[in-house]
Design a protein around this ligand. Structure first.
Ligand code: BG6
Length: 506
């Protein structure tokens, strides 16, 4: 597909769920940032679809108030530093609103009129649909769009659709959703979002690996001892109890976000940065990941729930006492897994993955431990152990990359200590504040699917976690606990300790 990467073509963005949290917190700020960066096409239009019977002005006021709040709050996620009201007015001036239920065919008839009502001319029929609604509505909305003829591309115009997560809740439902989608849209019209791919530091994993000649020769089982992938959060379940208690940490984070980090780190070099070339290589990693037997799940997967504690000075309740959580909930808020990749590059190298809520630190990183140097040289010295070399890709916060190695401590004795060579993004680049959704929306507008998941990528991810879901839902495998504000359950430490290893401190 030909991509116009300079300025996106004229198009209409239709947001289902315009009054929802995702739109207010992330999509509108992202559109505002795109407008600031002059990345929105000239005749860009936004049509919001929502249930409330409200005049468009009320919606605009609400969106404006939200933006203002984020700026004064300076919340990391909102990532808008100041509001240039002229730019914001430019964005909201383009907004129209359709009220109606998303399961009602009448809503789509109204939408069709609005889309067709735009001026004629090249690109007038380009439409990008954004499904910012609860997952149970993905299928119905797509079906209605199909029935209303929205998926048909006529007279050179394009139709595309962005689907949010969660994409299914297991392998079977993900397959069913793919089937529903593909019954209406072609694969190249579908953009399945994983917002981790909108993060600069995640995109940089590929740049780091394939843009530098230095690391490739050591990026394999000969030199690497093991890999740790951590996504630690300080937030608890907050106000998302209804959603989260039915989902848990494994489904919420692993087949999507953690597997993005996993595949980017482990993939073979693609033959180009074309979407399918990259996605093929990621797919190879997922397909080569060794499926876990029930016995392996019991040994190599750990789940746990947080109990009462203190996270950065804030008292946190026991998970089971959080709002909208079942009193006897067995939903995990923490998960750790050991995965092996059965291919030539990685055979024998364990990948340890962990993610959890209400932990002591917010920290997303990939840490690679290289094999030890032979100790023989240091016989008859005070050096008991060589310092392991760690390469750490710090995704967030304190975005950067560091390399740890051993250096001689000055003095008459031969002693080694760990030292660090570090690169911090903020020392080199002035990154404009962003939500991470800017790149993704922009890429969908120019038709570049590199940072989106293909149907087979999604299913391959679920394939790996499915045995864990099955084993746990069958009542096997304990659910451990950890105090809020700790580094996770002891049993996750045991997972590594059994092999003489330890998690890096959070
Ligand atoms: C979301 C999960 O997809 O990602 C949340 O549903 C999680 O539970 C969030 O907190 C983490 O994303 P980020 O960008 O804050 O690291």
């Amino acid at each position: 597909m030909e991509i116009d990467a300079t300025v996106s073509q004229r198009c209409t963005l239709v947001i289902f769920g315009i009054t929802g949290d995702l739109t207010r917190r992330l999509l509108m700020p992202a559109l505002y940032n795109l407008a600031r960066w002059k990345r929105l096409p000239k005749d860009f239009r936004i049509i919001g679809v929502g249930r409330s019977e409200i005049p468009v002005d009320t919606l605009l006021d609400d969106l404006t108030r939200s933006l203002q709040e984020f700026v004064s709050e300076q919340a990391g996620e909102a990532s808008v530093d100041s509001v240039d009201w002229k730019v914001w007015d430019e964005v909201v001036r383009r907004l129209a609103y359709v009220s109606g239920h998303i399961e009602d065919a009448g809503t789509y008839a109204k939408l069709l009129q609005l889309v067709k009502g735009s001026q004629a001319g090249p690109g007038a029929g380009n439409v990008l649909f954004y499904l910012a609604v609860a997952a149970q509505f993905f299928g119905p909305v797509v079906e209605h769009l199909g029935e209303a003829g929205f998926a048909r591309e006529e007279a050179g115009d394009w139709r595309r659709i962005i689907i949010e997560k969660p994409f299914g809740r297991d392998l079977q439902s993900a397959r069913a959703l793919n089937r529903d989608l593909l019954a209406v849209f072609r694969e190249d019209q579908i953009f399945r979002i994983d917002h981790f791919l909108g993060k600069e530091t995640v995109q940089n994993i590929m740049a780091f690996r394939f843009g530098n000649g230095l690391f490739e020769p050591i990026w394999n089982r000969d030199r690497i001892d093991h890999v740790q992938i951590t996504v630690a959060e300080t937030v608890g379940v907050e106000r998302r109890g209804i959603f989260y208690d039915a989902i848990g940490a494994l489904r919420d984070m692993v087949p999507n976000h953690l597997f993005q980090l996993f595949t980017m780190l482990a993939m073979e070099p693609p033959i180009s940065f074309e979407a399918d070339a990259v996605r093929d290589k990621k797919q190879d990693v997922l397909m080569a990941a060794r499926p876990l037997s029930e016995e392996a799940v019991l040994q190599e997967a750990v789940r746990a729930q947080y109990t009462e504690g203190t996270v950065r000075g804030r008292a946190v309740r026991n998970y089971r006492e959080e709002p909208n959580i079942a009193a006897a909930s067995r939903t995990e808020t923490y998960v750790a897994l050991r995965l092996m990749i059965d291919n030539w590059r990685w055979a024998g190298v364990p990948f340890y993955l962990r993610t959890g809520k209400a932990l002591t630190q917010r920290n997303t990183e990939i840490a690679i431990q290289f094999k030890q140097a032979p100790l023989a040289l240091f016989r008859n010295t005070a050096v008991a152990d060589c310092i392991p070399n760690w390469l750490v890709l710090q995704i967030q916060p304190n975005e950067g990359i560091s390399l740890q190695f051993g250096a001689k401590v000055p003095g008459p004795d031969v002693r080694l200590d760990a030292v660090n060579m570090g690169f911090l993004y903020k020392d080199y680049f002035r990154t404009p504040p962003s939500t991470g959704y800017e790149t993704l929306i922009y890429d969908a507008m120019i038709g570049d699917a590199t940072l989106f998941q293909r149907a087979d990528n999604i299913e391959a991810g679920w394939r790996i976690v499915q045995p864990v879901l099955d084993t746990w839902s069958g009542g096997h495998g304990s659910i451990w606990t950890y105090p809020a504000g700790s580094a996770g359950p002891k049993e996750a430490d045991d997972l590594l300790a059994r092999e003489g290893r330890a998690w890096r401190p959070l």
